[in-house]
Design a protein around this ligand. Structure first.
Ligand code: ZN
Length: 467
């Protein structure tokens, strides 16, 4: 078959003064179709025993229509295989469909008119899976039309789907291989977490759009932690109340440590004439002035003048204190024998707060690292919907944002509240449902990449990466 010339209108010789480009394109596409031109470029190379050039295409979801981003990258995905074909390589190109992950599940939930994970469990995983399966391939025909119309050569007849058992088995095989090589392990990782969608979010999802970070007003509290034990006694700090500030009162039931900065000076300040809480108090020297009123003094100068002792942050290591709550006091059951003491860290600042940081390793990334290094366990106190577990008897069943006020009230009743204030801050929200996120330790499987890092870096040098 000979290639059609300039006009699809049947007048190959005449030059059209105002050609219809889309008509010309359609004529070319029609010719490619009748001629099987694409298939010929592959078959021909097979005859010649040509070397293979492999192209791995990151597959799209078909539960929505293609957008600009798909089509633009589609041109690059077409250009390279064509170029390599012209260079004499055999380039097979199979279209693929990504059918896994949260987008598929959320779309199916929308279609089924359900919003909760418990509703999925009630209808049965099999029924839900069938709905997902129908939903994920909804627009395959439209995709095929778009991709073909843009002139891309790719094989839709032999497409692959990530839901094919052969594909899933290959993923499981790869994971098992990692596991057998002791390169896979289960652990906790503190991640942004949506309690409404009941899923962690990637850090990338915090940059999804401009509405993720919105101003939000929370109640912050500064809480007292009376120092106890031999180390405190040797420093002359017995009964002195360390002050720690937090913007998330609901994490206080899982306080497991306090963090100080090695290079800061911490000072003892007795309660001043107008104090409403008994002292003496311990906080960073740099922040005494900003807490003058709460400490019971008229001015910052008066508060600083009242300082009775100074101790370096580094000296406070392992000083123990009276915990706020006893839910996790059973050290055998919870592995908390090393909890409730002061850790010397490098992440504390004196920008705000007291220079003493409350540590709840399940709800802060740096908290988790610091506590892990000190042998203090991650204790998750809430369920997947961020409601307190029965073990936290005073607040069981309360959602964390509802629990802030009751937690503050309880601390006040027990004489552990130093001060309370409203705090407006830029706070991350879920880009899907717009609910405020929390940070929460999530059990996940990890690959011990550091063990193979040198090999990876070496092999990377042999790969020609094209952005
Ligand atoms: Zn959400």
């Amino acid at each position: 078959m000979s290639y059609p010339k300039s006009s699809a209108a049947g007048e190959p010789e005449a030059i059209q003064p105002s050609p219809s480009f889309s008509q010309i394109e359609e004529g070319v596409l029609d010719f490619w179709q009748r001629d099987s031109t694409f298939q010929a470029t592959i078959d021909q190379r097979a005859d010649e025993g040509a070397p293979e050039w492999v192209f791995y295409d990151g597959p799209p979801f078909a539960n929505g229509l293609p957008h600009y981003g798909h089509l633009l990258t589609g041109y690059a995905k077409d250009l390279f295989p064509r170029y390599q074909t012209m260079r004499g390589k055999r380039v097979e190109r199979r279209f693929g469909w990504d059918t896994h992950g949260l987008p598929a599940e959320l779309e199916a939930m929308k279609q089924l008119g359900i919003t909760e994970k418990s509703e999925i469990e009630a209808m049965g995983i099999g029924v839900f899976n069938a709905a997902c399966r129908a939903s994920v391939l909804k627009y395959t025909r439209e995709w095929r039309d778009y991709v073909t119309r843009q002139g891309r050569w790719v094989d839709f007849e032999h497409d692959y789907k990530t839901l094919n058992p052969s594909f899933m088995e290959s993923v499981l095989w790869a994971f098992k291989t990692l596991y057998d090589k002791n390169l896979a392990y289960e652990g906790f990782r503190v991640l942004p977490y949506c309690w409404n969608d009941q899923t962690p979010l990637s850090n990338h999802e915090l940059r999804m759009d401009d509405d993720v970070y919105q101003m939000r007003t929370d109640q912050t509290v500064t809480v007292t932690f009376p120092l106890t034990g031999d180390k405190a006694a040797s420093l002359g700090l017995s009964g002195v109340k360390a002050l720690a500030w937090t913007t998330t009162p609901w994490t206080l039931p899982t306080n497991e440590a306090l963090a100080v900065g090695a290079d800061f000076d911490y000072v003892v300040v007795p309660a001043g004439p107008t104090a409403t809480v008994d002292g003496p108090f311990l906080l960073a020297r740099d922040l005494v002035g900003s807490h003058a009123k709460g400490l019971g003094y008229e001015s910052a100068d008066e508060a600083v003048a009242a300082i009775t002792a100074t101790v370096a942050g580094s000296e406070l290591a392992d000083v123990t204190y009276e915990r706020l709550f006893d839910y996790f006091a059973d050290t055998d059951a919870f592995g908390t024998e090393k909890a409730w003491r002061i850790l010397v860290t490098d992440f504390v600042t004196t920008d705000d707060g007291t220079g003493i940081v409350h540590e709840a390793p399940a709800y802060g990334e740096v908290d988790q690292y610091a506590c892990e290094a000190a042998g203090i366990p991650v204790i998750v106190s809430v369920d997947d919907g961020a409601r307190f577990l029965p073990v936290v008897t005073d607040f069981a069943g309360l959602q964390v944002f509802e629990a802030n006020s009751p937690v503050i009230r309880t601390l006040k009743e027990r004489g552990r509240l130093f001060s309370q204030a409203s705090y407006a801050h830029s706070y991350p929200h879920c880009w899907r449902c717009r609910k405020p996120l929390i940070y929460k330790a999530v059990s996940s499987w990890f690959v011990r990449v550091t063990d193979v890092k040198d090999d990876m870096l070496r092999l990377n040098q042999e790969i020609n990466w094209v952005p």
